[in-house]
Design a binder for this molecule. Structure first.
Ligand code: BGC
Length: 913
C-alpha cells in the first residue's frame, strides 16, 4: 500500500508524571527491575561469583537519561547503603545502566549478597536508593561437596526396553535424621545423574520438572539449591528422593550402541542447616541411605513414557512414619573432579500453562480428548477407574483423516503411559519423569460405566521457566495464527535445552535448528539465560579440532559436523549481543568462535569448503528428491565459513582485540573473494553449482560478492522466485535469509507476497491445513494428500518460525540500532493486506512499543521509547512541517521517508491520508 500523505500532524504525549510538583522534586523516582547477570531476579543457588548488575529507570517525565550511577553491595542488608562491605562503586559518571560488572571482594559459595543502586538523571538530579535486592550463591566448587553419589544398581536388574535398551527402574531413596535444636535456615543442595523429585517430611520441596536438566554430563552436571527452612522440624526428619533415568541414563538418539551401557542413575544431596543457636549441621547422601525400586513408578523413559502402579504406593515414605527396614542399602560413590558440579545457570522446567480439553471424540470404542493446541508436557488425569484396571494413555499430534491416531511420526518413541488403579474412584495423576508432544490424548481402561467428561484431561504445558516478554499482533488473522504457532513452537522446544522437536525419538539439541530460530526466540521470551547456559554446553562439546557436533549435548558421539549447524557458535552469541548489549556473551564464546573458524579453514581447500552435511535441509521440490535440497554443499560451507569469520572479526573488534579483528576480517574478505570467483560469473549468475534461491540468498545475506555482481545476483534471485510462481524454495538455512535479503534490497512488497502466500510452500499453507505449531516440513500434512509419507515428520519443529524476527523488526518495526536497544530503530513497513500491526518488547532498558494503524484515511503510529535510550523513527512518507522539540528532532526528510531522532516517552504520529 502506498501511503499518500498530504500532511502530518504530530502529537506527542509524554507518559506519566506531568504535574508541576514532579518537576520541583529534588530527588527522582528510584530505579526498578534490578537483575544480576543474564537477568536473574534475587536468585538462590546462583552460579555467578563475578556477576553484573542491571536496572531500569522509571518511566517518568523527569527521567530521560542516566548521567551517573552508584552501586553498593554488602554482606548484610543493615550495611546498606552507607557501610557497604563488599563493594562501593562510588558515583560513576556514565549512562551505563545494564551489565555493570561487579568489582568488589571475591564472593564465595553459599554467600548471600545484598545490593542496591541509585542513579542521576540527565539534569544530575539524584534518585532515591532502589529497593535492596539480593542473591545467594550455590556450591561453586566440587570441593564444597561432602556428599556422595548414591543409588541402587538398577542396571543389574537387566530390564530391557522397547529398543532392547537397558531400562533403569525408578528408585526411591530415603534417609531419616535427627536434629537437636531448632533450625534458623536450611539449604538443600541437590543434583542427580538422572532426574529427581525431592520431598522432606512429606512436603514437596519444589514444583520443578525433571531437574537438574540436561547438560554434557561427562563434563558438567548442574546442581540446584532449595530453601527448605520451612519444612525442617526440630527432632526427627526424613528426606526422600525419587530418581529416574531422564536424559542421563535413557536411550537418546538413534544409535543402539550408545544405550547398552548407560550408567545407573544416582543422586547427590547435601542438606546444610544453620541452627538457631548458631551451630551448623550437615546431612549428606552416603551409604547410610536406603532405597527401593519397588515403588509405584515402575518405568519411566523420555521417549517411551511412564508406567505407574498405585498398588505400590508407599504411604508416607518421605515422612518419619515409615519403616524402610525392607529397603536395601544404597551403593555410594565419591564425587570425582573430572565432572564439574556447578549451580544451574538458567531456570528449571515447570508446568507453565494449563490447557483444558476442548472436545471429546468417541469412535470405535476409543475416547480421544482434543486440546486443540499442539503442546509439550504431560496430561493431568482425573479419570474414574475401577480397582485393578489399567488406564492406557496414548498421545498424537494429529488424527489421520479417518479419525485414527497418527503416531507414525513418533517413530520408535512409544510415548504411552499406564496407570493401574488400587481402588475404585477418580484418580489424580500426572506422569513425572517423561514428557510428550501432543494435541490429542486417547484413553482406554477407565470405568466405562461413566460417560467421559472434559475435566478428565488437562494439558500441563511444560517448558523452561522464562517469562514471555514480547508480543506481536496485527489485523490479519492468519498472521496472528503464525505468531501463535511460532510462540507454541518455542514453548514446545525449550525444554531445558533448545530441541529440534519434542515428540519423536530425538528431542535433541540440534545446533542448526537453534541457529535459525534463536533470534526470533529472543523477541518472544526472556531467554538470555537459557541461551547463555546452552552455549556453555556447546563450548564443552566442541571437539579438540574446533568442530561443533550436530547436537549439544552430544549424544551421537560420532564426530560428525555440518556447515550451517556448527555456525550456531558464532551466530547465536553475536545475535544475543545485539539484543542485550552484554559483551560478556562475546567474551565467553570468542575462543569457541575462533576454534570453529579454524575448523572451517581446515575443512576447506583454497578456502572453498569441503565440509559436509545437511545443506539446505528440507528445501521444497528438490530436483534430486533428497532432504538436503539442491544448493551445493561447497556453496553453503564456504558461505558459512565467510560469515563465521566475519562475525568473529566483528566480535574481536567489540572486545577491543585489533589483531584478531584484522586477521578475521582479512579471512572473511579472502573467503568471500574465493566464493565469488568460484561460484559467481561477473553478471551475478551462479557457476559451477546448481542455481537455487538459497545460493543467491547466502551470497547476498552474508555480503560475499563485490559491488559489481550484487545487482545481477539480486535480479537472479528475483528471477528464481518468479519462476517459482513467487514462492519460496528454501529449507532450514535459506528461509531465515529470505526476509533479510528481500528487505535489504528493497523488495519488501515481494517479502509481503511470500509471507502472505496461501499455497505450498508458504507459512500460511500449514495454517490452512490446521497447524497450531510450526511444522518440520512445509508440507508435513495437507487436507488433500494427508501426511507426508516420510516418518521424519514432526508437527512441532521451530525452525521455520525464524520469520518471527522480521515480523517484529519490520512489520511492527522494532529493531536494535545499537546493541541492547540503546538506540532503537522504529521503522514499520505498513503494506497491504495489513491495516494494522503492533509489537511490544521488554528490552534491557524497558518496554518499547510500536503500533500502527490505517483507519478511515488516517495513518497512526504509536511509539513508546524507554528511558536511557533514544530512537530513530523512520516514517514511510515525508513528514511535512514538523517542528523540532527537545524530544523530537528531524534527521532527514526525503521524498519517501522521514527520519526522526526521538527521546524517551510515548508519542503518537498521525497523518490524514
Ligand atoms: C532433526 C533436525 C535436524 C536434522 C539434521 C533431524 O532429524 O529433527 O531438525 O536439524 O535432523 O538434518
Amino acid at each position: 500500500m502506498n501511503l499518500k500523505l498530504s500532511f502530518y500532524t504530530l502529537i506527542f504525549v509524554v507518559a506519566l508524571c506531568t504535574s508541576i510538583s514532579c518537576k520541583e522534586k529534588t530527588t527522582i523516582e528510584k530505579a526498578n527491575d534490578l537483575t544480576v547477570s543474564e537477568g536473574f531476579k534475587n536468585p538462590l543457588g546462583f552460579y555467578d561469583s563475578s556477576p553484573s548488575f542491571s536496572w531500569k529507570l522509571p518511566v517518568a517525565e523527569d527521567v530521560k537519561h542516566q548521567s551517573a550511577y552508584h552501586i553498593v553491595v554488602a554482606s548484610s542488608e543493615d550495611l546498606l547503603p552507607d557501610n557497604a562491605d563488599l563493594w562501593d562503586s562510588g558515583k560513576q559518571m556514565t549512562d551505563q545502566s545494564i551489565w555493570v560488572k561487579y568489582e568488589g571482594k571475591p564472593l564465595e559459595s553459599r554467600q548471600k549478597v545484598y545490593w542496591q543502586v541509585k542513579y542521576w538523571n540527565q539534569d544530575e538530579d539524584a534518585s532515591v536508593w532502589s529497593a535492596i535486592n539480593h542473591f545467594e550463591l550455590g556450591l561453586l566448587n566440587n570441593s564444597d561437596w561432602k556428599a556422595q553419589w548414591v543409588g541402587l544398581d538398577t542396571k543389574a536388574e537387566g530390564i530391557l526396553g522397547s529398543q532392547e535398551n537397558i531400562i533403569h527402574r525408578p528408585q526411591y531413596l530415603r534417609k531419616g535424621f535427627e536434629l537437636s535444636g531448632d533450625v534458623a535456615s536450611a539449604r538443600l543442595y541437590i543434583t542427580a545423574k538422572g532426574v529427581f523429585d525431592v520431598a522432606i517430611n512429606g512436603q514437596d520441596v519444589s514444583d520443578d520438572v525433571m531437574p537438574p536438566g540436561y547438560t554434557p554430563y561427562k563434563e558438567r552436571i548442574e546442581t540446584i539449591t532449595y530453601d527448605v527452612t520451612s519444612v525442617i522440624e526440630s527432632g526427627q526428619n526424613t528426606i526422600g528422593v525419587e530418581l529416574a533415568s531422564g536424559w542421563h541414563s535413557s536411550r537418546l538418539g538413534w544409535k543402539k550402541a550408545l544405550w547398552v551401557d548407560t550408567e545407573t542413575p544416582k543422586v547427590l544431596c547435601q542438606l546444610e542447616l544453620t541452627m538457631k543457636d548458631g551451630t551448623k549441621e550437615i546431612i549428606v547422601s552416603d551409604d547410610s541411605w536406603k532405597g527401593t525400586t519397588n515403588g509405584p513408578i515402575r518405568l519411566s523413559e523420555i521417549y517411551d513414557g511412564e508406567t505407574y502402579d498405585a498398588n505400590l504406593e508407599m504411604e508416607g515414605w518421605t515422612t518419619n512414619n515409615f519403616s524402610d527396614k525392607d529397603w536395601s542399602s544404597v551403593n555410594s560413590f565419591p564425587i570425582t573432579n573430572n565432572i564439574r558440579l556447578e549451580p544451574k545457570r538458567h531456570t528449571t522446567v515447570k508446568s507453565k500453562i494449563e490447557l483444558a480439553t476442548q472436545e471429546i471424540i468417541q469412535k470405535d470404542g476409543t475416547v480421544i480428548f482434543d486440546l486443540k493446541q499442539n503442546m509439550v508436557g504431560v496430561p493431568l488425569l482425573k479419570v474414574p477407574m475401577k480397582k485393578g484396571e489399567t488406564l492406557k494413555v496414548r498421545f498424537a499430534e494429529m488424527l489421520s483423516p479417518d479419525g485414527t491416531f497418527y503416531t507414525k511420526n513418533y517413530r520408535s518413541a512409544l510415548s504411552t503411559n499406564y496407570y493401574t488403579a488400587s481402588k475404585d474412584g477418580v484418580i489424580d495423576w500426572m506422569p513425572k519423569f517423561t514428557f510428550h508432544g501432543f494435541r490429542y490424548i486417547e484413553l482406554s481402561g477407565f470405568d466405562t460405566t461413566i460417560e467421559p467428561t472434559k475435566d478428565w484431561v488437562t494439558g500441563m504445558v511444560q517448558y523452561s521457566d522464562f517469562d514471555e516478554n514480547g508480543t506481536f499482533t496485527s489485523s490479519h488473522e492468519k498472521l496472528n495464527q503464525l505468531q501463535s504457532n511460532i510462540v507454541w513452537g518455542m514453548r514446545g522446544n525449550f525444554f531445558d535445552i533448545p530441541t529440534d522437536c519434542p515428540q519423536r525419538d530425538e528431542r535433541m539439541g540440534w545446533t542448526g535448528d537453534a541457529q535459525v530460530f534463536g533470534p526470533t526466540s529472543m523477541f518472544n521470551a526472556d531467554v538470555y539465560k537459557f541461551w547463555a547456559s546452552w552455549l556453555q554446553s556447546v563450548r564443552e562439546s566442541q571437539f579438540e579440532n574446533g568442530a561443533i557436533p550436530w547436537v549439544v549435548p552430544d549424544v551421537l558421539f560420532d564426530g560428525k559436523v555440518s556447515a550451517g549447524w556448527g555456525d550456531v557458535c558464532t551466530i547465536i552469541p553475536y545475535k544475543i549481543y545485539q539484543r542485550t548489549g552484554d559483551v560478556k556473551i562475546l567474551e565467553d564464546n570468542f575462543e569457541m568462535m575462533k576454534a570453529w573458524v579454524a575448523y572451517h579453514q581446515e575443512s576447506s581447500e583454497n578456502l572453498i569448503s569441503k565440509m559436509g552435511f545437511f545443506a539446505d535441509w528440507l528445501q521444497p521440490y528438490p530436483e534430486n528428491g533428497d532432504n538436503k535440497g539442491d544448493t551445493k554443499l561447497n556453496v553453503i560451507g564456504t558461505a558459512f565459513f565467510a560469515q563465521s569469520a566475519h562475525i568473529t572479526a566483528k566480535t574481536a573488534k567489540i572486545l577491543g582485540n585489533n589483531d584478531d579483528y584484522n586477521t578475521y576480517y582479512k579471512l572473511y574478505k579472502s573467503v568471500s573473494e574465493q566464493f565469488s570467483n568460484q561460484f559467481f560469473n561477473t553478471d551475478g549468475t551462479i557457476k559451477n553449482a546448481t542455481e537455487t534461491q538459497t545460493s543467491y540468498l547466502l551470497a547476498l545475506a552474508f555480503k560475499l560478492l563485490p559491488e559489481e555482481k550484487h545487482e545481477g545476483a539480486k535480479q537472479n534471485l528475483l528471477k528464481k522466485i518468479a519462476e517459482a510462481d513467487n514462492h519460496l524454495r528454501t529449507g532450514f538455512l535459506g528461509t531465515p535469509l529470505l526476509s533479510q535479503v528481500l528487505d535489504e534490497t528493497g523488495e519488501i512488497d515481494l517479502m509481503y507476497k511470500l509471507l502472505f502466500n496461501e499455497t505450498y510452500p508458504s507459512w500460511f499453507y500449514s495454517i490452512n491445513q490446521g497447524a497450531s505449531t510450526i511444522w518440520e516440513r512445509w508440507n508435513s500434512y495437507s487436507k488433500a494428500e494427508g501426511f507426508n509419507p516420510q516418518n521424519m515428520n514432526s508437527l512441532n519443529h521451530y525452525a521455520y518460525g525464524a520469520i518471527g524476527e522480521w515480523m517484529y523488526e519490520r512489520i511492527a518495526g522494532i529493531a536494535p540500532l545499537e546493541a541492547g536497544y540503546k538506540v532503537i530503530r522504529i521503522a514499520p513497513e505498513p503494506k497491504s493486506p495489513l491495516t494494522s500491526a503492533s509489537a511490544e518488547l521488554n528490552t534491557p532498558y524497558g518496554k518499547v512499543a510500536s503500533s500502527w494503524e490505517i483507519n478511515e484515511g488516517t495513518f497512526t503510529l504509536n511509539v513508546t521509547i524507554p528511558p536511557n535510550t533514544t530512537a530513530k523513527v523512520i516514517l514511510p512518507e515525508t513528514l511535512e512541517s514538523i517542528e523540532d522539540t527537545n524530544d523530537i528532532k528531524t534527521i532527514s526528510s526525503e521524498t519517501d521517508d522521514t527520519e526522526l531522532l526521538v527521546q524517551p516517552g510515548t508519542y503518537t504520529f498521525k497523518s490524514k491520508l
